[in-house]
Design a protein around this ligand. Structure first.
Ligand SMILES: [Cu+2]
Length: 152
């Protein structure tokens, strides 16, 4: 309990973009503003688990589904694939980023505009098999500009 309180206090010091929820640290969660008619969008963040855990899924009010995806080179072409889960090894920062692992909003109910705060609930399974919810708020950033371009 003492340990938990200290972690919560640290999270407060680090600031709003870093959140400790249970035993997973979430840094810099963001998504992209969508183009007109766009029905899917990727979500990105850095996850660091305090113990071996697994990201197994999630949901968001902004889309009908949320999937876990990866992007891999396949015969010289970047291909996006759904994955069942994303392992979060103890103490290792796992990057969800454009061109790599990410969460994917499927069936967006409305456009995402730059500056929007997009709520997501991630499901994380511990080594003991218990699942917990991890509430994350993704900041929507404008497309283009200084960002790297990746197909999505
Ligand atoms: Cu995707």
């Amino acid at each position: 309990m003492q340990h938990r309180l200290i972690m919560l206090a640290l999270a407060g010091l680090i600031g709003a973009s870093t959140a400790w929820a249970d035993n997973v640290k979430v840094d810099d969660p963001w998504t992209r503003a969508t183009a007109p008619g766009q029905k899917v969008a990727g979500g990105f963040m850095r996850l660091t688990a305090a113990a071996d855990m697994t990201l197994v899924g999630g949901s968001s009010p902004v889309s009908s589904h949320l999937e876990l995806h990866t992007m891999q080179m396949d015969g010289g072409v970047m291909v996006m694939r759904q994955v069942d889960n994303i392992p979060l090894p103890k103490g290792k920062a796992v990057e969800l980023k454009p061109g790599g692992l990410h969460i994917m909003f499927i069936g967006l109910k409305q456009p995402i505009k730059a500056g929007d705060k997009v709520p997501v609930t991630l499901q994380v399974r511990g080594a003991n098999g218990k699942e917990q919810s991890l509430a994350v708020t993704l900041e929507a950033r404008a497309t283009g500009g200084m960002q790297h371009k990746h197909g999505h």
